[in-house]
Ligand binder design. Sequence first.
Ligand code: PMT
Length: 407
Amino acid sequence: MSSLVGKSVLLVVSGGIAAFKIPDLVRRLRERGAAVTIVLTEAAKQFVTPLTLASLSGNKVYDDLFSLTDEIEMGHIELSRSADFVLVAPATANIIAKAANGLADDLASTLLLATDKRPVYAPAMNVRMWLNEATIRNVAALRAAGATILGPADGVMACGEFGPGRMIEPLEIVDGLEKLLSADASATDRPLAGYRAVVTAGPTREPIDPVRYISNKSSGKQGYAIAAALAAAGAQTILVSGPVDLAPPDGVSVVRVETAVQMLAEVEGALPSDIFVAAAAVADWRAKSVGAQKTKKGPKGPPSIELVENPDILATVSKMKKGRPRLVVGFAAETENLIANAKAKLNRKGCDLIVANDVGAENEIFGGDKNRVAIVDKDDAQQWPQSAKGDVAERLVALIASRLATI
Ligand code: PMT
């Protein structure tokens, strides 16, 4: 299946004779499953008509920066940002010069200035224009800004001269876009390919007798979202999970446990890894002795339960002498003095980062779908806005990837 399926391409057509190939390009893009929206320069309209391109693309064709209707339907900024790709074909010497120098005097050049994508250009011009010092400088400037230049090819020009300057064929442009997508997929979408990650999530259950236990309100949502985001970023991910009501995330191996002692054993079994994220709400204490039978009510009143401390999984992993993960991320669930307590936890437990969340009842973080966290390391504390747990997870995984790239 083509990697272009479901992608949207904003195709900017500038005014060169090669524009006669654009209907074929639109057809090829659509054949591979891409949606195409077209912007024409005034000059392009001399070579290909808006009506032809609207029919072939199945979309409105845009050409006027100042069209009120167009601005109401979709503003030019939105138009430049909503597409997955911005493709300029044919890219004349003129539009290349405008884009390289930040000029914005029509819809096409304004879009190229306003876009947050790195445009792909398929140049087409006379050989002398392509080899001109100014064009060489402009193309170099676009490349330096992250643009991709596909072509041009050598050949006989419409003007009869021979040399580089002919737009590459529509199929070659489409293949070029597909190659870019797969390169991006490995470099951008899967920055953790080749890494191993271990994540803890959910509560632990510490038995008192065969039917009762000590636990907490963790649903596992935050930890599961982190495991899912790590796997989506390419990491081979093992999730050691307390008892929760969640399906295993795609591509993640889930190991289910009940108690803190079991969780530690499974984490140790899952190591070594490059990344360890401790999102579980591990019970700090467990009953010193677990009754073999259900504890009965009796004349002496309620029983007293002697507690002993559970092993600290995060601290154990952080302080490993051999095989410590390169990046250890803990959480801090606090109801007061969020940053100060998180910093103290970071130092005490020896991890590299703490994700601090204020779990006061009013915030509904335990069990809820949203979280508001601060990222604390030894130098800094950074508050992130409240967002869905999946978004927190994705942002955290991007941070993990960038930290790993520098250590
Ligand atoms: O599961 P959800 O409903 O989505 O809620 C998410 C969450 C609130 C549980 C999560 O965001 C969170 O804050 N997890 C950590 C909860 C916690 O136990 O915090 P803590 O401050 O008590 O512990 C600090 C760190 O030490 C945590 O990384 C914890 O996993 C770890 N720890 C604690 C005790 C222990 N015995 N072993 C540990 O590894």
